[in-house]
Design a protein around this ligand. Structure first.
Ligand code: 0O2
Length: 216
């Protein structure tokens, strides 16, 4: 089954696929609510921006092949965890775990997998928190639990990952060794920037608290 066939096949499976769109809409609404509530209470929004997408049939085929699986819709639905994906970019590292906790606490969301590439970065330097969650989509005659991948990272991690992604494909997934080393150093620089920003924010909070205490 090639990409074109899968595409027409996927159309036949429209019902299977459009639930991913609904699942994304639900997750987006939940995230917007959390962000606004946090802004209201703490005067700080943990989400800098977010982006969601449905994986294209061609990418689904490529991923199945990469995994050594037969290209079938059943395999796609079962083994491709990121058909629906949301990427959340946060200002600060702590915001990542704030979002993670808030998402995990929601009764109707089931977190089925967590990959913490922040505590354990990939060898190339990649950092991000990946969750696979299941969210119920209420249709007219049934409830479908739909898988969504949520990637949460800081602006600095996102900057690094988007450049690395481009380089990876530019070199057809064989990045020259010296470039790999430079990328790793850039990942460390991104990490240092995150730490520096956190320190500055803590100092700003201290100033604010001092001013408030003086006013009381
Ligand atoms: P694309 O082109 O971004 O969609 P799994 O079946 O879930 O166990 P998978 O999908 O490899 O295996 O899981 P993982 O490690 O959670 O990675 C999922 C996604 O994270 C990738 O999707 C990338 O978007 C991102 N990612 C993972 N590793 C890297 C990395 O080293 N660099 C960058 N830039 N992004 C990374 P896709 O489908 O592989 O790619």
């Amino acid at each position: 089954l090639d990409a074109e066939n899968l595409q027409s096949n996927l159309l036949e499976w429209k019902e299977q696929l459009f639930v991913y769109k609904f699942a994304l809409e639900e997750i987006n609404t939940k995230l917007n609510i959390l962000n606004e509530e946090y802004q209201h209470i703490h005067h700080h929004n943990p989400i800098e921006h977010m982006k969601s997408r449905i994986k294209s049939p061609a990418s689904i085929v490529k991923k199945l092949e990469r995994k050594g699986l037969e290209v079938t819709i059943e395999n796609a639905l079962e083994h491709i965890q990121d058909i629906a994906g949301v990427r959340i970019t946060c200002s600060f590292l702590s915001d990542i775990y704030t979002m993670f906790d808030a998402i995990s606490r929601q009764d109707d969301i089931e977190v089925i997998r967590v990959k913490d590439y922040i505590r354990q970065p990939k060898l190339n330097g990649y950092k991000s928190l990946h969750l696979i969650v299941k969210v119920p989509v209420f249709l007219s005659n049934q409830v479908k639990k739909v898988k969504v991948e949520i990637q949460i990272r800081t602006i600095a991690m996102d900057f690094w990952a988007s450049l690395e992604h481009k380089i990876y494909y530019k070199f057809d997934k064989e990045i020259p060794q010296e470039l790999q080393l430079e990328l790793k150093q850039a990942a460390e620089a991104a990490h240092d920037l995150d730490e520096k920003m956190k320190k500055i924010r803590d100092e700003v909070d201290l100033y604010k608290n001092n001013i408030n205490e003086k006013q009381v």
